[in-house]
Design a protein around this ligand. Structure first.
Ligand SMILES: [Zn+2]
Ligand SMILES: [Zn+2]
Length: 435
């Protein structure tokens, strides 16, 4: 079997090392190397990939995905979710714990890890729950979860409402060196809200989920991170005031971070006018002013990580009255294109190396993953992409078991062309999956 790769003539962008140059990249036995031995060069040796005119990036990392195993494998399995990742250019993903059973015990973590090892074509890391059953009452066995290999703790999908429990959990997490991530939603304020509280919720007569409910928990997390000195990461930030709170806190040196998702900078709550449940997500789509502030926060370093919140749901579950439909949309296959289309092409908010940094080295550093770089000796996770490749999203071409995307039919620029995990090409745009 051919264990070596010679990626020729691409624009190598490695934000971890400040590299942006045209050149060749070599891979041997799953590791990035400086060069190949003479007998592995040429036709009989390494597989040669012509990357002329393309960008060669560290494999993209998404620290926020929902694969539905165990428990809801009709929506997505770890295998199909991983294929979505690969087709979107992602070589590493981090799974949220709101599975069934909830990932709040070493046994469930071990099950997910085993399933990922035997079925996934990309690297899959697990988070553990902060509280048992995501109920927000009793802490999960944080030490045992750490020993089982979770990379962070989160109750995503839910938010711990009891500040005493959250404080104790952050203190325990600090003891075990585990970052805490949080879905920021104060539930007495969001109540039964199904969309952004504002002009559109009034016009449509749907119960509103005000951005105040997010802002309040972001503020809580800033105070807890400051008090404990331990990092807290605010997931999928959707509101302008949250960004301003985070900016001020980070300027003071509080160890607080945040991520933004494509839909929160691509779409406003006005899209809900047709009651299409493919636009129903949590936190909800908000206003243009919120989008502008999130993009400002991405450009000035307030928000350092980009993620998808890939959340598959079966069609029959989404095809119900708006307020009864589940929250969430597919993300992995459109994520890179949406970020490039909006942040690079339309808004010119960031350079390509800056965007790739937020999808590689930044998430890797935050979760202390030995990835997200093209350094010699690093695992050979590599994404070859074309930031200008024009294409139209077709939900029927998705690798997911679900079809819930609001971007069907959208024309976007930017796409992954080849995804390499551990030195093996797992997917490329022309020929599809290799296994
Ligand atoms: Zn969430
Ligand atoms: Zn989520």
């Amino acid at each position: 079997m051919n264990a070596s790769l010679h990626i020729k003539g691409g624009r190598i962008i490695d934000p971890a090392n400040g590299i942006d140059r045209i050149g060749d990249l070599f891979v041997r036995d799953g590791i990035i190397v400086d060069s190949l031995p003479k007998n592995e060069k040429g036709e009989r040796g390494a597989e040669v990939i012509d990357a002329t005119g393309k960008v060669v990036s560290p494999g993209l990392i998404d620290i926020h995905v929902h694969f539905r195993e165990p428990g809801q494998s009709h929506k997505e399995t770890i295998a199909t979710g991983a294929r979505c990742a690969a087709a979107g250019g992602f070589t590493t993903v981090v799974c949220m714990p709101n599975t069934s059973p909830v990932a709040d015990s070493p046994a469930t973590i071990a099950w997910i890890q085993e399933r990922a090892a035997s079925t996934a074509c990309v690297n899959v890391f697990c988070t553990g729950a902060i509280t048992k059953g995501l109920a927000g009452e009793e802490m999960a066995p944080i030490g045992a979860l750490a020993a089982a290999g979770v990379v962070a703790l989160t109750d995503d999908g839910r938010c711990v409402q009891n500040h005493g429990v959250m404080r104790r959990a952050v203190e325990y997490a600090r003891h075990y060196g585990l970052p805490v991530m949080d879905h920021c939603q104060e539930t007495t304020l969001s109540a039964d809200g199904v969309m952004n509280e504002g002009e559109w919720s009034t016009r449509l007569g749907l119960p509103g989920w005000p951005s105040l409910a997010e802002d309040l928990i972001v503020a809580r997390n800033i105070l807890l991170a400051e008090e404990t000195g331990h990092p807290i990461h605010c997931q999928h930030i959707s509101s302008a005031r949250s960004v301003r709170l985070l900016r001020e806190a980070r300027q003071r040196g509080v160890p607080i971070t945040a991520e933004a998702c494509p839909h929160h900078i691509a779409l406003t709550d006005g899209e809900l006018k047709n009651f299409d449940t493919n636009f129903k997500m949590n936190p909800p789509l908000r206003t243009q002013a919120d989008i502008d502030e999130i993009i400002a926060g991405i450009s000035d370093g307030t928000i350092t990580i980009l993620a998808s919140d890939h959340a598959p749901h079966a069609t029959y579950e989404k095809e119900v009255e708006f307020d009864r439909a589940p929250f969430g949309i597919l993300g992995l296959e459109t994520e890179l294109a949406l970020f490039l289309e909006i942040l690079l092409h339309q808004r010119k908010a960031l350079t390509l190396p800056q965007i790739l940094g937020m999808l590689t080295v930044n998430p890797a550093k935050f979760l202390r993953l030995d990835r997200g770089t093209l350094s010699t000796g690093a695992p050979a996770d590599i994404t070859i992409l074309d930031p200008d490749h024009a294409w139209t999203v077709d939900k029927n071409e998705s690798s997911s078991l679900s079809r819930n995307t609001p971007f069907h039919g959208h024309s976007l620029r930017g796409r992954a062309l080849t995804t390499i995990v551990g030195g093996k090409v797992v997917w490329d745009l022309e020929s599809g999956f290799r296994s």
